[in-house]
Design a protein around this ligand. Structure first.
Ligand code: NDP
Length: 281
């Protein structure tokens, strides 16, 4: 008998609506792991104490969500290469007594994307320049994407992301300001929504695109996990595009975190089913 389970969890504020705990614990149960995942509400002024507390209690690692993805870095001992480029951490792993920051958001996205297309040499149109978009852009570039057009509502953030890709990866990038009825340029292989548009409860919000320029065969991916069938996904499907919803990214980033913590390659199907169940999808 072992009554001492290995602890992992999440530090965020707010924390109550984050379904990650259900998905991760379903994987732990499925794989017979004596591990637990504790969803913790941590205010910014308590983050340092929470990280020290996790070390004191022997946690194997933790996730960080808003608003801690940037500020947690000062409490860590090192960063994985892609987290360093992205400049944000969503997963922390205890390795040889050191807290190492990783970013599994973009890796989870790339893993899902590779299930439907190749990335090498592709031209990508990426909507958004926030935390998710940064992670997605960097991992796409590291996975061999040729060119990324970053489209964003506010110019400085979009320009900064294009600059990051140009200076820190082998891909090229440009910023295109988001104007009404934005067209998708010919030759674009992958279109991605990494903005908050379409997220529950504003489920009817739409990207301001010229929908006639969405060509059949284009891969269209949405980072929005809830609801998974966003306006973008539904419209792209009607136009004959290959679609990828945000649930896959959410499941994969969790599965990659589990692998980093436990060494076990978690069953994505089990995790996706549990997520869909708790979200009522
Ligand atoms: P941020 O707040 O860092 O960035 C939000 C982005 O959305 C910015 O580019 C912002 O533009 C843009 N945006 C928001 N509202 C609008 C609007 N009305 N019109 C145009 N642009 C808008 O958030 P994150 O990057 O962390 O998250 C973005 C989305 O990605 C979230 O909805 C989240 O659910 C999803 N996500 C999904 C994950 C998954 O695993 N599936 C993982 C992480 C995030 P601006 O810069 O102009 O403000």
């Amino acid at each position: 008998m072992n009554f001492l389970h290995t602890l992992t969890g999440s530090f965020a504020q707010p924390a109550a609506e984050n379904p990650t705990v259900a998905m991760i614990e379903a994987a732990y149960r499925h794989h017979g792991l004596e591990w637990r995942y504790v969803n913790c509400e941590v205010a910014p002024e308590h983050l340092a104490a929470a990280v020290r507390g996790a070390r004191a209690m022997g946690w194997a690692g933790f996730n960080c969500s808003l608003p801690h993805k940037l500020t947690v870095i000062e409490h860590l001992d090192g960063l994985a290469p892609s987290a360093q480029i992205i400049g944000a951490v969503n997963t922390v792993v205890m390795r040889d007594g050191l807290w190492i920051g990783e970013n599994t958001d973009g890796q989870g996205f790339v893993e899902a994307l590779l299930g439907v297309c190749t990335i090498e040499g592709q031209r990508v149109m990426l909507f958004g320049a926030g935390g998710a978009a940064r992670a997605v852009a960097v991992e796409l570039a590291l996975a061999g994407a040729a060119h990324i057009t970053v489209v964003n509502r506010s110019r400085p953030r979009g320009q900064e992301l294009a600059e990051l890709v140009n200076t820190r990866t082998g891909a090229t990038a440009e910023y295109a300001h988001w104007h009404p009825a934005m067209p998708i340029p010919p030759g674009t292989g992958i279109v991605i929504n990494a903005t908050a548009i379409g997220l529950n409860p504003k489920v009817d919000d739409q990207l301001d695109l010229d929908w006639t320029t969405l060509r059949p065969g284009t891969v269209v991916a949405d980072a929005i996990p809830n609801p998974p069938r966003t306006h973008l996904i539904r419209t792209a499907e009607i136009q004959g595009c290959t679609v990828l919803d945000g649930l896959g990214m959410l499941v994969n980033q969790g599965a990659i975190a589990i692998r980093l913590w436990t060494g076990v390659d978690a069953d994505r199907g089990v995790m996706r089913l549990e997520l869909a169940r708790v979200l009522g999808l």
